[in-house]
Write a protein that binds this ligand. Structure first.
Ligand code: FRU
Length: 480
């Protein structure tokens, strides 16, 4: 450990100590999500199962609730539900990362955990430099930086980051999020036989290629993997214009499904779909676990949001990761289901069969709280409108004639309502994971997901149901 590394660690640990009570006193502190001990969390990084244990790293700014020279924080878990805080994994201590150990990924090779990440550097004039760096570890806890393994190829601007590495056949492959000199966002592909010499194979896909026209000025956090015989490219493009209900957030995260040609390095793919219909979801990353599951976790936040108004900053922390979702394919659409292990969180089940709603707004005995799972099965729905109101702060509205599902919430800034809508057709079921200040709603068995932070009044724990006509519901509720 270099002196600088040691110093940065000590400063970050001191920050955790200094603000521990203030952070923990926040009523919005989450109960079953990964959140930073202090400061700002953004992207999930290095998500991997290593010697049986799940590792989740995250982009972390310990010294303020804004962005800056990022560290990698670290949690481990045996079950993806109970997470244990580990020592700081990476600090921005070396010349090639002095303005941040930016996002990246982890692979197991030769009995080591290998982290690939972007060293972010700003020179004296504020110009950006980007280095792809390797750090290795035997125990998965203490890392040794091996230095820069990939310099910036001349085809791209210094917006070149977020390496995701995987093995296919004889070779290792790496995708990197890029911008070319015409300011088009693209995904670049590299290949290596030893994880240290990387050959540039070209562009997987991107804006202004033979497969897409205008599609953003920078693509962040690419992740390319095989699923059920197809290939999926998950990516976070920046610069898409709002189109009806689509692309409502400042930046998007979504995917293309297609076929990867490892000889040409190109993905032949269909159209882009968003991964999440809610307000806060960005920069997701996946891993393949030893049960063969492809699991995705995102940042429950978006870049460039008005951070001053987030209610948690007065408690010296901001942002969280989403719950893990298991992926499968239905044609060219991803289905996202909460991982089955989340059932471990359940306490005190309350279930009702065939609850009849008809017109009036009502509560249902025992269905309330500040951290719970709620499952609703819709039977016999003759109502044009169904509404579910959470703690007088967020509301789910299903409009049957249009097949549209909407999530509304009070804005952080001024408590006025804002909404996100998605067309789903018939509503069959909803499964909500509600934490003290977050909502993750899985629709129709994972066909759509809505993710959002919300900040209800402390005392309010109510859940209201309403319908504009006859509707029969099966309801299950667990405290979490
Ligand atoms: C996405 C991102 C990445 C970058 C990281 C820096 O949110 O901008 O592209 O590596 O955050 O924290």
């Amino acid at each position: 450990m270099s002196q600088r590394d040691n110093q940065l660690r000590q400063e970050a640990y001191a920050e955790i100590e200094k603000f521990r009570d203030q952070v923990e006193a926040d009523p919005h502190r989450l109960r079953f999500h990964i959140q930073p001990p202090v400061g700002l969390l953004n992207d999930p990084n290095g998500f991997v199962q290593y010697n049986g244990t799940y590792h989740m790293f995250y982009q972390w700014m310990p010294f303020k609730t804004g962005h800056g020279a990022k560290f990698w924080g670290h949690y481990t878990s045996e079950d993806l539900v109970n997470w244990q805080a580990e020592p700081i994994a990476l600090t921005p201590s070396e010349w090639f990362e002095k303005n941040g150990c930016y996002s990246g990924s982890a692979v197991e090779a030769n009995g080591l955990m290998n982290l690939f990440y972007t060293g972010n550097v700003k020179d004296e004039e504020g110009n950006r430099e980007s280095y792809q760096v390797l750090a290795t570890s035997e125990d998965g806890i203490h890392f040794e930086k091996q230095g820069v393994v990939l310099e910036l190829p001349e085809e791209y601007t210094a917006h070149f980051r977020d390496p995701k590495v995987w093995k296919h056949g004889e070779y290792w492959y790496m995708v990197v999020g890029t911008q070319n000199h015409d300011l088009q966002g693209r995904v670049a592909l590299f290949r290596s036989s030893d994880l240290s010499d990387w050959e540039h194979m070209g562009v997987v896909t991107g804006a202004h290629t033979d497969q897409l026209d205008d599609f953003g000025f920078m693509w962040e956090c690419p992740d390319l993997f095989e699923l059920e015989g197809k290939h999926v490219l998950v990516v976070s493009p920046q610069g898409l214009e709002v189109q009806g209900n689509q692309y409502q957030n400042v930046y998007q995260s979504g995917y293309f499904v297609g076929d990867m040609n490892y000889e040409t390095g190109k993905l032949d793919h269909g159209s882009f779909r968003e991964l999440d219909q809610g307000f806060e979801f960005y920069a997701p990353q996946t891993t393949l676990d030893d049960q063969g599951r492809r699991i995705l976790v995102g940042w429950m936040g978006v870049p460039d949001q008005d951070e001053e108004h987030h209610p948690t900053i007065k408690h010296k922390w901001i942002h969280t990761l989403t719950l893990p979702r298991e992926l499968s394919l239905d044609g060219d659409k991803l289905i996202q289901k909460p991982i089955v292990e989340l059932e471990k969180l359940r306490k005190e089940e309350i279930s009702y069969e065939r609850v009849e709603l008809n017109g009036v707004e009502t509560t249902i005995e025992g269905i309330e709280g500040d951290a719970f799972e709620l499952q609703l099965g819709f039977e016999h729905n003759k109502a044009d409108v169904f509404e579910l109101t959470l703690r007088n702060n967020a509301r789910v509205v299903y409009h049957k004639p249009s097949g549209e599902l909407t999530l509304e919430r009070k804005r952080f800034e001024d408590r006025r309502m804002e909404s996100r809508t998605c067309k789903i057709g018939e509503l069959e079921d909803l499964r909500l994971f509600v934490d003290t200040s977050s909502v993750e709603m899985f629709v129709n068995g994972g066909e759509e997901v809505f993710t959002a932070r919300y900040y209800p009044e402390q005392e309010n724990r109510s859940v209201y149901f309403a319908s504009s006509g006859e509707l029969t519901l099966n309801v299950s509720h667990w405290k979490l």
